[in-house]
Design a protein around this ligand. Structure first.
Ligand code: GRF
Length: 202
């Protein structure tokens, strides 16, 4: 299976996928990353892709006349690599109708909170501020909402009294990277069905 991974930052989830595929072998893992895309330049996530010898592309909102035009351009850029699955690994933009028309049902996102709790761009900060005792991460299919698509898997992380946002996020990312690697491999190897809010992996 062909994966395109979308990033916006440090790309440690991308790195976890790259390392797993390199260790396991694309054949046994069931997938290979064919390209990495971003919504901005100069991020570590793109540098990681370049170090791995992968094609990269950048699709910036400000280079397009409207949000819709950006969304269509992103869909085109991704489609050029003919992915079976698109993985948002810390991609911090909300895609639109055009992108979902083409990749809905095979667009997976990872979120650093236990959805439906704490959706949006500050899930770690919000859980901490709320005083949650446990939080975690969610791997889900992307639908037309924000972090509202069918849940594939979740991992739980204890919140410690001494946690600040970055310490908690780092601990969440340790679980998140393992969960993403495991889920993407299973989706790629076994195939899956989405039945309403349920995801059935064969
Ligand atoms: C991840 O925790 C992701 O869930 C969140 O931002 C983080 C990205 O980390 N949206 P990285 O870029 O994969 O290191």
């Amino acid at each position: 299976k062909r994966l395109v991974v979308l990033v916006s930052g440090s790309g440690t989830n991308l790195q976890a996928l790259l390392d797993a595929i390199a260790t396991t072998g694309a054949e046994a893992y069931g997938a290979e990353i064919v390209a990495v895309g971003a919504d901005r330049d100069g991020i570590e996530g793109l540098a990681r892709a370049e170090r791995a010898g992968l094609p990269t592309f950048v699709c910036r909102v400000k280079d397009h006349g409207s949000r819709e035009a950006w969304d269509a351009a992103l869909a085109e850029a991704v489609a050029a690599y003919e992915p079976d699955l698109v993985i948002s690994a810390g991609f911090m933009k909300i895609v639109g109708k055009e992108f979902l028309a083409r990749f809905g049902g095979r667009f997976v996102n990872t979120h650093p909170a236990l959805l439906p709790s704490f959706p949006g761009a500050h899930g770690v900060r919000d859980a901490l501020a709320y005083g949650a005792k446990v939080t975690g991460c969610t791997v889900h299919f992307v639908d037309d909402g924000v972090d509202t698509g069918p849940i594939i898997a979740q991992g739980v992380v204890e919140v410690r009294d001494e946690d600040d946002e970055s310490a908690l996020h780092e601990r969440i990312k340790e679980v998140e990277r393992r969960l993403l690697v495991e889920v993407v491999g299973r989706l790629a190897r076994n195939g899956y069905r989405i039945e309403g809010r349920k995801v059935v992996i064969q």
